[in-house]
Design a protein around this ligand. Structure first.
Ligand SMILES: C[S@@+](CC[C@H](N)C(=O)[O-])C[C@H]1O[C@@H](n2cnc3c(N)ncnc32)[C@H](O)[C@@H]1O
Length: 295
């Protein structure tokens, strides 16, 4: 199974192993099979659960039926926080309204190299909803791949809207363009092949500063701070920038992990905490996303 697996190791023997839900997790393993069943018709994946433990948390991992993590620290009011098991995530996916064209794109992408990079249907649904709530007309995506998240956004943009879609890999961008065409949204997507930093800089040189409503970042992790600074210039006050993979398969929370990508996302997350140019909300959807609202 692809996905992040965290083993317990906090003072008691690991009874179980909990598979951290992210876009690499069970459903994507299922999706990667050409004949996967639609959401809600999948058999539950065999479940291994590991009880995580640290100072602030007590975890009750009884079975897949009831897995909750309760903060025992008074500062968190003993709040019960759900740990999403494969079964719960399957259930969540049965409650995602995925347009047929997105499902078809997901199925085609599942046969391709790098399919685990695609955002999950629940993430795409959230991005689309943010765009709708904002009433966004001008959007940017950094990191298109085969176009799942960009298509989800383009589908909800008004006819006069535009999404600048930045991608360095032409092969995957061609797949995305095919689906924009099939979905009847190509007139709303300005697909830019090349390095995203170059595209964003050229947009600024073109006088497009503060003219965008929404941006989504899902590309090179070590460039996050640079993308963010450029997007802050391109997005208007009141606009939204969403950053993907901020939990980085849970590695950011593991002090023993110090590879360059993890360190770089950690330092980006730290910098965002102190960045008063935006209000922020980090949410554990997919591989973790931070929603930044420009002040
Ligand atoms: C995680 S995938 C994007 C997934 C996409 N949002 C989706 O839902 O399918 C990241 C993409 O960013 C692209 N990428 C990485 N670095 C880039 C760069 N410097 N400029 C443009 N695209 C880049 C990669 O080629 C890859 O297709």
């Amino acid at each position: 199974m692809t996905g992040s697996v965290i083993h317990g190791g906090w003072g008691f023997p690991p009874l179980l192993t909990f598979v951290v839900p992210n876009r690499l997790c069970t459903n994507y393993t299922t999706f990667n099979k050409p004949n996967f069943k639609p959401f809600g018709q999948q058999k539950s994946a065999p479940l291994t659960i590991s009880c995580l433990s640290d100072k602030a948390l007590t975890t009750s991992c009884l079975s897949d039926k009831a897995v909750t993590t309760a903060a025992s620290d008074h500062n968190y009011g003993n709040k019960q926080v759900i740990s999403v098991t494969p079964r719960i995530y399957d259930y969540l996916l049965t409650n995602v309204r995925e347009p047929t064209i997105l499902r078809e794109l997901r199925e085609e992408t599942a046969t391709m190299r790098g399919s685990q990079m695609q955002v999950s249907p629940d993430q795409a649904q959230l991005l689309a909803m943010l765009v709708q709530i904002l009433g966004a007309k001008r959007c940017i995506e950094v990191g298109v791949y085969t176009g799942y998240s960009s298509l989800a956004v383009a589908l909800v943009l008004p006819d006069s809207g535009i999404l600048v879609a930045c991608e360095r890999d032409n092969n995957s961008l061609e797949v995305a363009k095919k689906y924009y065409e099939r979905a009847g949204v190509s007139h709303k997507v300005d697909a830019r092949h090349g390095l995203a930093v170059d595209t964003l800089n050229s947009m600024l040189e073109n006088g497009e500063g503060c003219s965008y409503d929404f941006a989504f970042v899902d590309a090179e992790k070590r460039m996050y701070q640079e993308y963010f600074e450029l997007l802050l210039k391109l997005v208007r006050p009141g606009g939204v920038i969403v950053i993907d993979n901020v939990l980085w398969h849970g590695k950011v929370a593991d002090p023993l992990v110090d590879d360059k990508k993890t360190e770089s996302i950690r330092s980006f997350n730290r910098a965002l905490m102190d960045d008063m140019r935006v209000s922020i909300s980090m949410i554990p959807v997919g591989d973790g996303m931070t929603i930044c609202h420009k002040r």
